[in-house]
Ligand binder design. Structure first.
Ligand code: HAM
Length: 426
């Protein structure tokens, strides 16, 4: 038997109703903040991720699904392609390619699958879904302002509130800018020099090539060493320090709770200044429900115009898990179950179902071959509270028996009144 590939999974009803509820709620919130949807391809040139996320990150060095795509025609060249492990790089590529800077401040969001070859476990998959947003544009449009950072973070708390997710924790840090990074990397290299030999192979390499990435290390034995390393906060220049201060001031004034985590550097190279994660207690080891931050130099490093930006991505799989832990699962049930009774009644039932569905009712139908008892049982199993009987007598009278399965009460309802009657009783 052929099964779904390791790390991928089928999303089945009724869980898909929860996914739809999440996506609808999220789209409503994005609309209130004037964000617009963008969709980029699920694969891109490999170089895009190497140059943005960074060669030394776990994502690029270990986790990408990459293949050599051969030329099919002389006019086409072969190239290295990669299933997107994240969507910020693709959005910034699109920003540059379509000259979106001409539109001023862009507030874009996306919902879609991402791919990373990680070790699968609860909350960690090889195909997973992100709900993300990016605010990007020329500095003259306000893209660099700490107000953008605070707006993004406030949006996220509104979103989680709206979804009914409680007990989240916002961890905040500033990872500084290119200026600060030179001095900080130097200090890290120096601090790592005498101890690197006692660390894991990855850290020994990182200590030389990209010391900031040492903070991504999960090896327990390395943690006491990492604890002793200098923190980025001590190396922020004055503009970066002030920027971070202002983000915090606005957050406090709008009442968003946060905690400073001076070890938080995020696992992608493009971040500058504000970096954040929301964690959730119910998720166990994979407790980051979302992450994000500022990426002020990213557009330039991909050959685009200066375009400071900030964004986030929510792990939708984890969001749904958190909802399942905390909430009353959303399930869509039929408002009414139509039971056709006797030969020829399927087409009458179909006509009625069409009328009712066009009035936004959720309708399920039986079959004229079913006995009434079977229709009642099926309706109950589906969670329908109302059953509508369609037999020859009903057609003649143009009025239908509507039975409430909870109370057992049955009434005859004229065709024209059916939709409104069902709406109030369902
Ligand atoms: P990230 O932290 O790599 O950031 O991913 C964001 C979220 O995606 C994580 O917090 C987690 O909830 C979810 N996630 C990541 N990997 C997996 C996985 N294997 N299985 C399930 N969920 C996962 C980014 O991707 C950045 N592009 C976010 C961003 C946008 N920064 C600025 N703009």
């Amino acid at each position: 038997m052929i099964k779904a590939v390791r790390g991928t999974r089928d999303l089945l009803p009724p869980e898909t109703a929860l996914w739809n509820f999440v996506e609808k709620t999220v789209r409503d919130v994005f609309r209130a903040y004037n964000f617009h949807e963008i969709r980029t391809p699920i694969f891109e040139e490999t170089q895009l991720f190497a140059r943005s996320v960074g060669e030394e990150t776990d994502i690029v060095s270990k986790e990408m699904f990459t293949w050599e795509d051969h030329a099919r025609a002389q006019s086409e060249k072969g190239q290295s392609l990669t299933l997107r492990p994240e969507n910020t790089a693709g959005v910034v590529r699109a920003y540059i390619e379509h000259k979106l800077e001409q539109r001023g401040l862009n507030k874009l969001y996306y919902i879609g699958p991402q791919f990373r070859r990680e070790r699968p476990q609860k909350g960690r998959y090889r195909q997973f879904y992100q709900i993300g947003a990016e605010v990007i544009g020329p500095a003259s449009a306000g893209s660099e302002s700490p107000a953008r950072d605070a707006e993004i973070l406030e949006l996220l708390t509104t979103l989680l509130d709206r979804l009914g997710i409680k007990n989240w924790n916002l961890e905040l840090n500033s990872v500084g800018c290119a200026n600060d990074r030179v001095a900080y990397n130097e200090a890290l290299r120096k601090a790592l020099e005498p101890v690197a030999a006692n660390m894991c192979a990855d850290c020994q390499r990182r200590a030389v090539t990209n010391p900031l990435r040492v903070f991504d290390c999960k090896v327990p034995a390395d943690q006491p060493i990492i604890e002793t390393l200098p923190r980025i906060g001590e190396f922020l220049d004055e503009p970066c320090r002030q920027h971070f201060e202002q983000v915090q001031t606005i957050l406090k004034s709008v009442g968003v709770d946060f905690q400073i985590n001076s070890r938080l550097v995020r696992g992608l190279d493009y971040y500058t200044r504000t970096a954040f994660e929301f964690t959730h207690g119910a998720l166990g080891a994979q407790n980051a429900i979302l992450g994000g931050g500022r990426y002020d130099g990213l557009s330039e490093s991909l050959g685009g115009p200066a375009a400071p930006g900030i964004g986030f991505a929510i792990g939708e799989d984890r969001l749904v898990l958190a909802l399942q832990e905390s909430a009353n699962a959303v399930q869509i049930k039929p408002d009414v179950y139509i039971a056709p009774l006797g030969a020829g009644m399927n087409s009458e039932a179909a006509k009625l179902a069409r009328e009712l569905r066009r009035q936004d009712l959720v309708v399920e139908m039986g079959d004229e071959s079913f006995r009434l008892k079977k229709s009642f049982e099926t309706a109950t199993k589906l969670g329908a509270r109302l059953i509508l009987i369609v037999g020859e007598n009903e057609i003649k009278a143009n009025a239908f028996a509507l039975k409430n399965l909870d109370t057992g009460k049955q009434t005859s309802v004229p065709r024209a009144e059916l939709a409104s009657k069902i709406q109030v009783s369902a």
